[in-house]
Design a protein around this ligand. Structure first.
Ligand code: HEM
Length: 141
């Protein structure tokens, strides 16, 4: 059996893995949306179908990142929620709701068929994803 001393020595490395995976996935999910928004005008010049194809290619990266965010988010809560005050718990609750809205909006954005629906759901996904990132920084303190 691993001794408590060894477990204590490993704790900072485990924490680094947990937070690195969470931040890497956040950089893909949030940073990817910002980057994609910046590339769409150029993609449009390459052909009418190009923005949709680039969007689909991004979805193959962003959805796995979203799953990693959910999994490492639960891991974060298990690791750091003990002893946190009410304000921290409220921010966490709001953050989880915002993350779920971001996922729903991104899903509707991918299925949208009219330009208005594409831009409305894309904007909701972008704003809520950014809000989740900022709330994550508050939670980490
Ligand atoms: C769009 C999805 C998400 C984004 C963009 C996001 C982003 C972030 C960021 C940037 C941090 C700060 C990391 C640091 O400064 O070291 C963070 C921390 C945190 N996140 Fe998330 N997150 C998301 C989803 C979730 C979910 C679903 C949960 C809970 C189920 C969660 C729980 C936490 C917790 C508890 C922390 C604090 C970790 C600590 O103090 O060690 N996150 N998040």
């Amino acid at each position: 059996m691993t001794s408590p001393v060894v477990l204590a020595q490993l704790a900072p490395a485990v924490e680094a893995v947990r937070l690195s995976l969470h931040v890497l996935a956040a950089s893909i999910w949030v940073g990817g949306q910002v980057t994609l928004a910046g590339l769409v005008p150029t993609a449009r010049q390459l052909g009418p179908d190009a923005p949709r194809r680039v969007g689909r290619a991004f979805a193959r990266l962003s959805w796995p990142a979203y799953v990693v965010l959910l999994a490492t988010g639960i891991w974060n809560v298990a690791a750091v929620s003990k002893g946190q005050g009410t304000a921290w718990q409220v921010v966490l609750g709001v953050k989880i709701a915002v993350v779920l809205v971001a996922g729903l909006a991104a899903g509707l954005h991918g299925r949208a068929r009219t330009p208005v629906a594409v831009s409305v759901w894309g904007s909701v996904a972008g704003v809520t994803s950014l809000a989740a990132l900022v709330m994550g920084v508050f939670l980490a303190g």
